[in-house]
Design a protein around this ligand. Structure first.
Ligand SMILES: Nc1ncnc2c1ncn2[C@@H]1O[C@H](COP(=O)(O)OP(=O)(O)OP(=O)(O)O)[C@@H](O)[C@H]1O
Ligand SMILES: Cc1ncc(COP(=O)(O)O)c(N)n1
Length: 273
């Protein structure tokens, strides 16, 4: 057992609190991991969309990473929005060889439809960051970009998960079904087994930050020593509750509720199998 599990997020910000670094830190805190953050871009955004973006200078991203890595153990890390190739190079260089699970949320476009990373960065991410991952967590459009194939059916989702691991060398792939119809079903391929995680679809427009919250929850559980399967299973439960109790805040797509399980008086414990 790790006494103080330390989880790091490397991502962009959301001043309205629903997505990005803010969602990640709230999730780490809620799941009792010590949360740390390296900011890649300051994003002026809210529930309606992205208003403007300021990229942090490369040197400063590098220094933030050094500040953390030179001083504090990182038991698991995640990346979210990494806006361009130069940032990806700095981050790849710093996390290569780190002995900790790495979860990549391959953030490309916000729920609002606003692009969050440069077009050419998608290819660099696939070729250079994916092979470093323990897990990558694409939604349907992101899985389509990664594989170059369109996804219409459950079988397409499963095939995408397998391809992302077998062809592009991700450690494991979790293809998320938030953008499909019917049950909210995600497929995890770990290189040998395909696992299914399913929950009832909640009828809400408040899904701002669901991807960030889910990948942060997986990272938190991994920082505590959970297996990949246990971490995804527990995180799926956490994100489902966070969507079920999401807020109608703002005039757009409202945020998830990181307090949801506490509200229901549940403990955020790992599922063991
Ligand atoms: N309406 C919903 N009801 C229940 N679960 C949902 C719903 N929408 C998404 N999910 C689940 O939330 C998790 C995040 O999936 P999703 O596909 O929405 O990711 P995403 O698109 O990266 O999120 P984001 O909205 O942050 O971009 C997945 O487990 C997905 O199945
Ligand atoms: C900084 C940042 N990172 C990620 C997302 C994606 O989250 P969503 O698609 O739910 O808006 C976002 N909006 N902002």
């Amino acid at each position: 057992m790790i006494l103080t599990p330390c989880a790091l997020t490397i991502a962009g910000t959301d001043p309205s609190g629903g997505a990005g670094i803010q969602a990640d830190l709230k999730t780490f805190q809620e799941l009792k991991s010590f949360g740390m953050s390296v900011i890649t871009s300051v994003v002026a955004q809210n529930t309606t969309g992205v208003q403007s973006v300021h990229h942090i200078p490369l040197k400063m991203i590098e220094q933030q990473l050094e500040s953390v890595f030179s001083d504090i153990p990182v038991h698991a890390l995640k990346t979210g929005m990494i806006a361009n190739v130069d940032m990806m190079k700095v981050i790849a260089d710093k996390i290569t060889g780190l002995n900790a699970p790495y979860v990549m949320d391959p953030v490309m476009v916000a729920t609002s439809g606003d692009p969050l990373i440069a077009e050419n960065a998608r290819y660099f991410l696939r070729g250079n960051l994916l092979p470093l991952t323990t897990l990558v967590t694409p939604n349907i459009p992101e899985a389509e970009y990664l594989t170059g194939e369109t996804i219409h059916t459950i079988d397409d989702m499963k095939q995408a998960a397998v391809q992302i691991v077998d062809r592009f060398n991700a450690g494991a792939a979790l293809v998320k079904g938030g953008h499909m119809q019917g049950e909210a079903t995600d497929f995890l391929y770990d290189g040998s087994t395909l696992h299914t995680f399913s929950a009832k679809r909640i009828n809400t427009k408040n899904t701002h930050g669901t991807g960030c919250t889910y990948s942060a929850a997986i990272t938190a559980y991994l920082s505590q020593g959970a297996s990949l399967y246990e971490a995804v299973k527990s995180a799926k439960y956490f994100v489902t509750k966070a969507i079920e109790h999401s807020f109608s805040l703002g005039s757009g797509s409202g945020p998830t509720n990181h307090w949801a399980t506490r509200k229901e008086g549940m403990k955020n414990e790992l599922y063991h199998h």
